[in-house]
Design a protein around this ligand. Structure first.
Ligand SMILES: C[S@@+](CC[C@H](N)C(=O)[O-])C[C@H]1O[C@@H](n2cnc3c(N)ncnc32)[C@H](O)[C@@H]1O
Length: 327
């Protein structure tokens, strides 16, 4: 596959999950290069609407190629969805898709700093106009913070060795290039046995920094309850995640939202005492969907994808809904 081309993952499955109604209002919260958006537009009638979001300026440039009155793009972090929709005069939607993580054009361009292939500045921000770059973080964090980030977001067993190597190396010269970081991580984990020998030793550290710099898990945990509040009864949310940290958040959120009071036992006991147990605001739809072997063969990026789907019920949304989504 040529560099810079993004092949949408679980395209048919994710768009089918939205059960698009021709007159509905839909959100693609992660436009990327618009693979899913274009397919949703194909299913919408003349009065349907699609709002797409992405925080990456390059995704915004790609979205400008879609000349369709039913389509609007907003460059925004997806946790800001309610505000982005309010600007367009929209206060309720019929479905939302989140295709998480990074796109192939982001990873394939060494200038973005995401990739172990090629050399580039250690930036890693999807939105280069906001927050600190990976290089800035590596320059300021202490061993404890570095260890926590690399362990918690990269699930790297040798997080502390990597953190110590970073602190020792930056005392000699600032760590500002992807190759420089990859080499020092390889050195730090070199002599230890590793589970997956085919993986570059720096893969986990790069994943950790990317998730941290882009606040990926916090964005997801904030976004999920905000989407549910916007959905009409019968409206769907479909989420494609690419690693277990993301998938755990989605799975737990869907499970707790499918219980009255979001699974809060205190509120539930009180309600049972007063015989006022309401229904749950969300219902899971089917089981998690994984890509077929054929899709993985054609597009190896799909191999770790999981699609989960849920539907808004007509039951009221409880107080404090979504407060525990990140746990
Ligand atoms: C996997 S790609 C989406 C690909 C898209 N479905 C397609 O078919 O082209 C994920 C996109 O989501 C964007 N993104 C990730 N997290 C985001 C967030 N919190 N807010 C806004 N955009 C985000 C990234 O910049 C990236 O372009």
């Amino acid at each position: 596959m040529p560099d810079g081309v993004h092949v949408p993952v679980l395209l048919e499955e994710a768009v089918a999950a939205l059960a698009v109604r021709p007159i509905g209002v839909y959100v693609d919260a992660t436009f990327g290069r618009g693979g899913h958006s274009r397919r949703i537009l194909d299913l919408l009638g003349p009065s349907g609407r699609l709002v797409a979001l992405d925080r990456d300026p390059e995704a915004e440039a790609a979205a400008s190629a879609i000349d369709d009155l039913r389509f609007s793009f907003r460059r925004a972090w997806f946790s800001d969805l309610p505000a982005a929709l309010a600007e367009l005069g929209i206060d309720a939607i019929d479905g939302a898709l989140l295709d998480l993580g990074i796109s192939s054009p982001q990873i394939d361009d060494p200038a973005r700093g995401f990739s172990l292939r090629g050399d580039g500045p250690l930036d890693m921000r999807m939105d280069p106009t906001r927050g600190e770059s990976a290089a800035d973080f590596l320059a300021r964090a202490d061993v404890r913070e570095l260890t926590e980030v690399i362990r918690d977001y990269g699930e790297e067993r040798f997080a502390q060795s990597v953190a110590r190597a970073i602190v020792a190396s930056r005392a000699v010269a600032p760590i500002v290039r992807t190759r420089q970081l990859a080499a020092l991580v390889a050195q730090a984990v070199r002599t230890r046995p590793r589970g997956d020998r085919s993986q570059d030793p720096a893969t986990r550290t790069f994943q950790a920094l990317r998730i941290f710099v882009n606040r990926e898990l916090a964005e997801l945990a904030l976004m999920l309850p905000r989407v549910v509040r916007l959905l009409h009864p019968g409206g769907r949310i479909a989420v494609i995640s690419f690693h277990s940290l993301e998938d755990r958040i989605v799975k737990r959120f869907f499970a707790s939202s499918a219980q009255p009071f979001g699974g809060d036992p205190r509120l539930e006991r009180m309600a049972i005492a007063t015989a006022a147990l309401p229904g749950a605001p969300l219902a899971s739809v089917g089981r998690a969907i994984r890509p077929s072997e054929r899709e993985v063969e054609m597009n190896p990026r799909a191999r770790s994808a999981t699609l989960r789907i849920a539907e808004r019920t007509s039951h009221p949304i409880p107080p404090d809904f979504g407060a525990g989504a990140s746990r």
